[in-house]
Design a protein around this ligand. Structure first.
Ligand code: FES
Ligand SMILES: [Fe+2]
Length: 384
Protein backbone atom coordinates (compact mmCIF):
# COMPACT_ATOMS: atom_id res chain seq x y z
CA UNK A 1 0.00 0.00 0.00
CA UNK A 2 1.28 3.44 -0.84
CA UNK A 3 0.86 5.90 1.96
CA UNK A 4 0.46 9.42 0.69
CA UNK A 5 1.34 12.47 2.76
CA UNK A 6 -2.27 13.52 2.93
CA UNK A 7 -3.45 10.15 4.31
CA UNK A 8 -0.69 10.34 6.95
CA UNK A 9 -1.94 13.79 7.94
CA UNK A 10 -5.45 12.46 8.30
CA UNK A 11 -4.21 9.55 10.39
CA UNK A 12 -2.17 11.89 12.64
CA UNK A 13 -5.13 14.13 12.98
CA UNK A 14 -7.27 11.15 13.96
CA UNK A 15 -4.66 10.08 16.53
CA UNK A 16 -4.51 13.58 17.96
CA UNK A 17 -8.26 13.77 18.15
CA UNK A 18 -8.43 10.39 19.85
CA UNK A 19 -5.79 11.46 22.35
CA UNK A 20 -7.88 14.49 23.20
CA UNK A 21 -10.64 12.15 24.45
CA UNK A 22 -10.55 10.70 27.93
CA UNK A 23 -12.28 7.50 28.97
CA UNK A 24 -15.40 7.37 31.08
CA UNK A 25 -15.34 4.94 33.97
CA UNK A 26 -15.71 1.34 32.90
CA UNK A 27 -19.43 0.77 32.10
CA UNK A 28 -19.52 -1.79 34.96
CA UNK A 29 -19.19 1.14 37.39
CA UNK A 30 -22.58 2.39 36.26
CA UNK A 31 -24.41 -0.92 36.10
CA UNK A 32 -22.84 -3.63 38.23
CA UNK A 33 -24.09 -4.18 41.79
CA UNK A 34 -20.75 -5.60 42.97
CA UNK A 35 -18.96 -2.40 42.03
CA UNK A 36 -21.78 -0.47 43.59
CA UNK A 37 -21.21 -2.22 46.94
CA UNK A 38 -17.55 -1.28 46.79
CA UNK A 39 -18.47 2.29 45.96
CA UNK A 40 -20.85 2.46 48.93
CA UNK A 41 -18.04 1.53 51.28
CA UNK A 42 -15.40 3.71 49.61
CA UNK A 43 -17.42 6.83 48.97
CA UNK A 44 -20.89 7.04 50.48
CA UNK A 45 -20.70 5.62 54.01
CA UNK A 46 -17.82 7.88 54.98
CA UNK A 47 -19.34 11.06 53.53
CA UNK A 48 -21.34 13.93 54.96
CA UNK A 49 -24.82 14.03 53.36
CA UNK A 50 -26.94 17.15 52.98
CA UNK A 51 -30.31 16.92 54.74
CA UNK A 52 -32.03 20.32 54.55
CA UNK A 53 -31.59 24.03 55.23
CA UNK A 54 -31.51 24.93 58.92
CA UNK A 55 -34.32 27.42 58.18
CA UNK A 56 -36.53 24.44 57.23
CA UNK A 57 -36.45 23.28 60.85
CA UNK A 58 -36.51 26.67 62.46
CA UNK A 59 -38.54 26.05 65.63
CA UNK A 60 -37.92 23.66 68.53
CA UNK A 61 -39.52 20.33 67.70
CA UNK A 62 -39.54 20.86 63.94
CA UNK A 63 -38.08 17.87 62.15
CA UNK A 64 -37.49 16.18 58.81
CA UNK A 65 -36.93 12.51 58.02
CA UNK A 66 -34.69 11.38 55.17
CA UNK A 67 -33.45 8.06 53.81
CA UNK A 68 -29.75 7.63 53.11
CA UNK A 69 -28.20 4.35 52.05
CA UNK A 70 -31.04 2.24 53.48
CA UNK A 71 -31.11 4.15 56.77
CA UNK A 72 -34.01 6.34 57.82
CA UNK A 73 -32.88 9.34 59.86
CA UNK A 74 -34.80 11.93 61.88
CA UNK A 75 -33.24 15.40 62.05
CA UNK A 76 -34.88 17.55 64.70
CA UNK A 77 -34.31 20.91 66.34
CA UNK A 78 -34.29 20.28 70.08
CA UNK A 79 -36.04 22.29 72.76
CA UNK A 80 -32.63 23.94 73.34
CA UNK A 81 -32.44 25.12 69.69
CA UNK A 82 -29.71 22.64 68.70
CA UNK A 83 -30.23 20.42 65.65
CA UNK A 84 -29.62 16.69 66.24
CA UNK A 85 -30.09 13.52 64.22
CA UNK A 86 -31.21 10.02 65.24
CA UNK A 87 -31.92 6.76 63.51
CA UNK A 88 -35.66 6.57 62.96
CA UNK A 89 -36.04 3.36 64.95
CA UNK A 90 -37.81 2.71 68.23
CA UNK A 91 -35.67 1.01 70.89
CA UNK A 92 -38.56 -1.28 71.90
CA UNK A 93 -39.09 -3.57 68.92
CA UNK A 94 -37.62 -1.53 66.13
CA UNK A 95 -40.54 0.16 64.38
CA UNK A 96 -39.96 3.56 62.75
CA UNK A 97 -40.98 6.39 65.05
CA UNK A 98 -42.54 8.36 62.25
CA UNK A 99 -43.30 7.99 58.57
CA UNK A 100 -43.86 11.73 58.13
CA UNK A 101 -41.38 13.55 55.91
CA UNK A 102 -41.52 16.62 58.12
CA UNK A 103 -43.48 17.99 61.05
CA UNK A 104 -43.27 19.45 64.52
CA UNK A 105 -43.20 17.25 67.64
CA UNK A 106 -42.46 17.78 71.29
CA UNK A 107 -42.27 13.99 71.55
CA UNK A 108 -41.75 11.21 69.06
CA UNK A 109 -44.29 8.56 70.00
CA UNK A 110 -43.86 5.20 68.32
CA UNK A 111 -47.22 4.17 66.81
CA UNK A 112 -46.71 0.46 67.68
CA UNK A 113 -46.75 0.40 71.52
CA UNK A 114 -46.37 4.12 72.26
CA UNK A 115 -42.85 4.27 73.63
CA UNK A 116 -41.97 7.94 73.43
CA UNK A 117 -38.83 10.04 73.16
CA UNK A 118 -38.19 13.77 73.53
CA UNK A 119 -36.36 16.00 71.03
CA UNK A 120 -33.05 15.10 72.73
CA UNK A 121 -33.72 11.46 71.83
CA UNK A 122 -34.25 10.47 75.47
CA UNK A 123 -36.76 7.74 76.29
CA UNK A 124 -39.60 9.30 78.28
CA UNK A 125 -42.26 6.61 78.54
CA UNK A 126 -42.26 2.88 77.92
CA UNK A 127 -45.62 1.07 78.11
CA UNK A 128 -45.14 -2.58 79.02
CA UNK A 129 -42.60 -1.85 81.73
CA UNK A 130 -45.30 -1.12 84.31
CA UNK A 131 -46.91 2.21 85.04
CA UNK A 132 -44.74 2.77 88.08
CA UNK A 133 -41.41 3.10 86.24
CA UNK A 134 -40.07 6.54 87.06
CA UNK A 135 -38.55 8.72 84.33
CA UNK A 136 -35.23 8.73 86.17
CA UNK A 137 -35.23 4.93 86.02
CA UNK A 138 -35.94 4.96 82.29
CA UNK A 139 -32.66 6.76 81.67
CA UNK A 140 -30.84 3.85 83.35
CA UNK A 141 -32.16 1.53 80.64
CA UNK A 142 -29.90 3.29 78.12
CA UNK A 143 -32.56 2.86 75.46
CA UNK A 144 -32.49 6.37 74.06
CA UNK A 145 -32.64 6.93 70.31
CA UNK A 146 -29.44 6.06 68.45
CA UNK A 147 -27.66 9.34 67.60
CA UNK A 148 -26.24 10.12 64.17
CA UNK A 149 -23.53 12.75 63.63
CA UNK A 150 -25.18 16.00 62.54
CA UNK A 151 -23.64 19.42 61.92
CA UNK A 152 -24.73 22.74 60.46
CA UNK A 153 -22.44 25.04 58.47
CA UNK A 154 -23.60 28.17 56.62
CA UNK A 155 -27.22 27.16 57.19
CA UNK A 156 -26.72 23.75 55.54
CA UNK A 157 -27.59 20.72 57.69
CA UNK A 158 -25.60 17.54 57.03
CA UNK A 159 -25.41 14.10 58.64
CA UNK A 160 -22.71 11.46 58.63
CA UNK A 161 -23.64 7.79 59.07
CA UNK A 162 -20.11 6.63 59.81
CA UNK A 163 -19.86 6.26 63.60
CA UNK A 164 -16.08 6.46 63.32
CA UNK A 165 -16.03 9.66 61.30
CA UNK A 166 -13.61 12.18 62.78
CA UNK A 167 -13.75 14.88 60.12
CA UNK A 168 -15.88 17.89 61.14
CA UNK A 169 -18.27 19.14 58.48
CA UNK A 170 -16.36 22.42 58.27
CA UNK A 171 -13.20 20.60 57.21
CA UNK A 172 -15.17 18.37 54.83
CA UNK A 173 -16.66 21.39 53.02
CA UNK A 174 -13.31 23.20 53.05
CA UNK A 175 -13.05 26.25 50.80
CA UNK A 176 -16.66 25.85 49.59
CA UNK A 177 -17.82 27.79 52.65
CA UNK A 178 -15.76 30.94 52.08
CA UNK A 179 -15.62 30.78 48.29
CA UNK A 180 -19.28 30.05 47.58
CA UNK A 181 -21.70 29.62 50.51
CA UNK A 182 -20.85 32.80 52.42
CA UNK A 183 -20.64 35.17 49.42
CA UNK A 184 -24.05 33.89 48.27
CA UNK A 185 -25.48 34.30 51.81
CA UNK A 186 -26.72 30.72 51.79
CA UNK A 187 -27.49 30.92 55.52
CA UNK A 188 -30.33 33.36 54.70
CA UNK A 189 -32.00 30.99 52.24
CA UNK A 190 -35.45 29.48 52.81
CA UNK A 191 -36.65 26.44 50.91
CA UNK A 192 -39.97 27.20 49.20
CA UNK A 193 -40.42 24.01 47.15
CA UNK A 194 -39.09 20.53 47.55
CA UNK A 195 -39.75 17.18 45.91
CA UNK A 196 -38.30 13.67 45.99
CA UNK A 197 -38.51 10.83 43.50
CA UNK A 198 -36.59 7.85 42.16
CA UNK A 199 -34.89 7.53 38.78
CA UNK A 200 -33.65 4.48 36.90
CA UNK A 201 -30.10 5.69 36.47
CA UNK A 202 -26.71 5.60 38.15
CA UNK A 203 -26.13 8.59 40.45
CA UNK A 204 -22.78 9.38 38.79
CA UNK A 205 -24.37 9.92 35.39
CA UNK A 206 -26.47 12.70 36.90
CA UNK A 207 -23.42 14.35 38.49
CA UNK A 208 -21.68 14.23 35.13
CA UNK A 209 -24.61 15.90 33.41
CA UNK A 210 -24.64 18.57 36.14
CA UNK A 211 -21.00 19.29 35.40
CA UNK A 212 -20.92 19.60 31.62
CA UNK A 213 -22.58 22.19 29.42
CA UNK A 214 -21.98 20.43 26.11
CA UNK A 215 -25.49 18.97 26.40
CA UNK A 216 -27.04 22.33 27.30
CA UNK A 217 -27.36 23.44 23.66
CA UNK A 218 -29.07 20.18 22.70
CA UNK A 219 -31.07 18.91 25.68
CA UNK A 220 -31.95 22.37 27.03
CA UNK A 221 -31.98 24.25 23.70
CA UNK A 222 -35.21 26.10 24.58
CA UNK A 223 -34.98 26.16 28.37
CA UNK A 224 -31.37 27.37 28.74
CA UNK A 225 -29.51 27.69 25.44
CA UNK A 226 -25.78 28.35 25.49
CA UNK A 227 -24.30 28.63 28.99
CA UNK A 228 -20.51 29.09 28.96
CA UNK A 229 -18.80 28.14 32.21
CA UNK A 230 -15.31 28.14 33.70
CA UNK A 231 -14.11 25.45 36.12
CA UNK A 232 -13.61 26.58 39.74
CA UNK A 233 -10.60 25.88 41.89
CA UNK A 234 -11.80 22.75 43.67
CA UNK A 235 -11.44 21.40 47.20
CA UNK A 236 -10.97 17.79 48.33
CA UNK A 237 -14.71 17.18 48.58
CA UNK A 238 -16.19 19.72 46.20
CA UNK A 239 -15.74 21.05 42.69
CA UNK A 240 -17.78 23.10 40.27
CA UNK A 241 -18.09 25.62 37.48
CA UNK A 242 -18.95 29.31 37.33
CA UNK A 243 -21.21 31.01 34.82
CA UNK A 244 -20.97 34.77 34.64
CA UNK A 245 -24.41 36.21 33.99
CA UNK A 246 -26.07 39.59 33.96
CA UNK A 247 -29.50 37.97 33.51
CA UNK A 248 -30.66 35.12 35.74
CA UNK A 249 -30.09 31.62 34.28
CA UNK A 250 -32.90 30.38 36.55
CA UNK A 251 -35.58 31.79 34.24
CA UNK A 252 -36.45 30.88 30.66
CA UNK A 253 -34.40 33.09 28.26
CA UNK A 254 -37.45 35.15 27.27
CA UNK A 255 -38.41 35.79 30.92
CA UNK A 256 -35.03 36.80 32.34
CA UNK A 257 -36.01 40.46 32.65
CA UNK A 258 -38.49 39.38 35.39
CA UNK A 259 -35.68 38.26 37.72
CA UNK A 260 -35.68 39.34 41.36
CA UNK A 261 -32.98 41.85 42.21
CA UNK A 262 -29.83 40.65 43.97
CA UNK A 263 -30.34 40.75 47.76
CA UNK A 264 -28.20 43.04 49.89
CA UNK A 265 -25.00 41.47 51.08
CA UNK A 266 -24.55 39.30 47.96
CA UNK A 267 -21.52 40.90 46.37
CA UNK A 268 -18.51 40.25 44.12
CA UNK A 269 -18.58 37.11 41.96
CA UNK A 270 -21.68 35.91 43.79
CA UNK A 271 -23.60 38.95 42.53
CA UNK A 272 -22.26 38.63 39.00
CA UNK A 273 -22.82 34.99 38.26
CA UNK A 274 -23.85 31.49 39.24
CA UNK A 275 -21.85 28.76 40.94
CA UNK A 276 -22.79 25.21 39.94
CA UNK A 277 -21.08 22.97 42.50
CA UNK A 278 -20.99 19.35 43.59
CA UNK A 279 -20.30 18.51 47.20
CA UNK A 280 -19.35 14.86 47.21
CA UNK A 281 -20.82 12.45 46.89
CA UNK A 282 -24.07 13.57 45.28
CA UNK A 283 -25.10 17.05 46.40
CA UNK A 284 -25.41 19.36 43.38
CA UNK A 285 -26.03 22.88 44.67
CA UNK A 286 -26.50 25.91 42.46
CA UNK A 287 -26.22 29.42 43.85
CA UNK A 288 -27.27 32.28 41.56
CA UNK A 289 -27.32 35.88 42.82
CA UNK A 290 -31.04 35.78 43.73
CA UNK A 291 -31.96 32.07 43.97
CA UNK A 292 -30.53 28.73 44.97
CA UNK A 293 -31.53 25.22 44.01
CA UNK A 294 -30.21 21.73 44.57
CA UNK A 295 -30.56 18.26 43.10
CA UNK A 296 -29.27 15.72 45.57
CA UNK A 297 -28.55 12.25 44.29
CA UNK A 298 -28.49 9.36 46.75
CA UNK A 299 -27.92 5.92 45.26
CA UNK A 300 -30.31 3.08 46.04
CA UNK A 301 -28.51 0.57 43.81
CA UNK A 302 -26.21 0.70 40.78
CA UNK A 303 -29.14 1.59 38.56
CA UNK A 304 -31.61 3.29 40.94
CA UNK A 305 -31.13 6.77 42.34
CA UNK A 306 -33.15 8.72 44.85
CA UNK A 307 -33.39 12.41 43.93
CA UNK A 308 -34.25 15.30 46.22
CA UNK A 309 -34.83 18.70 44.62
CA UNK A 310 -35.21 22.01 46.45
CA UNK A 311 -35.67 25.66 45.44
CA UNK A 312 -34.77 28.44 47.88
CA UNK A 313 -34.69 32.23 48.08
CA UNK A 314 -33.20 34.74 50.51
CA UNK A 315 -35.38 36.08 53.35
CA UNK A 316 -35.37 39.51 51.67
CA UNK A 317 -36.73 38.09 48.39
CA UNK A 318 -39.47 36.16 50.18
CA UNK A 319 -40.63 39.41 51.77
CA UNK A 320 -41.13 41.13 48.38
CA UNK A 321 -44.71 42.04 47.52
CA UNK A 322 -44.31 40.49 44.04
CA UNK A 323 -42.79 37.21 45.29
CA UNK A 324 -45.93 35.11 44.74
CA UNK A 325 -46.42 36.55 41.29
CA UNK A 326 -42.84 36.10 40.02
CA UNK A 327 -41.67 32.92 41.81
CA UNK A 328 -43.81 30.58 39.63
CA UNK A 329 -41.70 31.65 36.62
CA UNK A 330 -38.64 30.31 38.43
CA UNK A 331 -40.42 27.06 39.35
CA UNK A 332 -41.54 26.57 35.75
CA UNK A 333 -38.00 26.94 34.37
CA UNK A 334 -36.33 24.85 37.10
CA UNK A 335 -38.93 22.05 36.81
CA UNK A 336 -38.49 21.93 33.04
CA UNK A 337 -34.68 21.80 33.04
CA UNK A 338 -34.56 19.21 35.81
CA UNK A 339 -37.09 17.05 33.94
CA UNK A 340 -34.90 17.23 30.84
CA UNK A 341 -31.85 16.15 32.86
CA UNK A 342 -33.82 13.37 34.63
CA UNK A 343 -34.87 11.97 31.28
CA UNK A 344 -31.46 12.11 29.62
CA UNK A 345 -29.80 10.37 32.60
CA UNK A 346 -32.29 7.48 32.41
CA UNK A 347 -31.85 7.32 28.66
CA UNK A 348 -28.04 7.25 28.88
CA UNK A 349 -28.06 4.31 31.29
CA UNK A 350 -30.01 2.22 28.79
CA UNK A 351 -27.10 2.46 26.33
CA UNK A 352 -24.45 1.79 28.97
CA UNK A 353 -26.16 -1.50 29.86
CA UNK A 354 -24.51 -2.84 26.67
CA UNK A 355 -21.17 -2.39 28.49
CA UNK A 356 -19.60 -0.24 25.75
CA UNK A 357 -16.80 2.10 26.87
CA UNK A 358 -17.72 5.81 26.70
CA UNK A 359 -15.54 8.95 26.41
CA UNK A 360 -15.39 12.62 27.36
CA UNK A 361 -14.35 15.32 24.90
CA UNK A 362 -12.18 18.29 25.93
CA UNK A 363 -15.46 20.21 26.25
CA UNK A 364 -16.40 18.10 29.32
CA UNK A 365 -13.38 18.57 31.61
CA UNK A 366 -15.21 18.67 34.95
CA UNK A 367 -17.22 15.52 34.21
CA UNK A 368 -13.89 13.85 33.37
CA UNK A 369 -12.36 15.18 36.60
CA UNK A 370 -15.27 13.71 38.59
CA UNK A 371 -14.90 10.23 37.16
CA UNK A 372 -11.13 10.30 37.75
CA UNK A 373 -11.81 11.28 41.33
CA UNK A 374 -14.25 8.40 41.82
CA UNK A 375 -11.76 5.96 40.36
CA UNK A 376 -9.02 7.29 42.63
CA UNK A 377 -11.19 6.97 45.75
CA UNK A 378 -12.14 3.41 44.83
CA UNK A 379 -8.50 2.49 44.34
CA UNK A 380 -7.48 4.19 47.60
CA UNK A 381 -9.88 1.97 49.51
CA UNK A 382 -8.96 -1.10 47.46
CA UNK A 383 -5.30 -0.63 48.45
CA UNK A 384 -5.93 -0.15 52.18
S1 FES B 1 -41.85 -0.95 68.56
FE1 FES B 1 -41.99 1.06 69.23
S2 FES B 1 -43.19 0.97 70.98
FE2 FES B 1 -43.03 -1.06 70.35
FE1 LIG C 1 -28.64 19.68 32.11
Amino acid sequence: MTITTSSLDVRDEGKCLKESLSKMLDPEFYTNEKWFERELQAIHFSAWHFVCLSTSIENPGSFVTRRFLERSVIVVRGEDGIIRAFLNTCRHRGAPLTSDRCGNNTYFRCPFHKWSYDTFGDLKSAPGLGGSVKRSELSKLRLNLVPVQCEVVAGLVFINLNEENEMPLKSYLGSYIDNVAKPHQVQRMHCVQEKSYTLTTNWKLYIEVDMETLHTNFIHSHSIGSQPVTPLEHGRNWFGVYHQNSLSPALFPEKRSLAFSTPHGVTGEAAEGTHFCVILPGFFIVTAPEVMWWIQKTPISATRTSVNVGYAFHDETLARSDFKEVAPHYFERLDQVILEDDQICEYQLEGLRNRVQGHYTPAEPVAAYFSELIQKRLLEVGNE
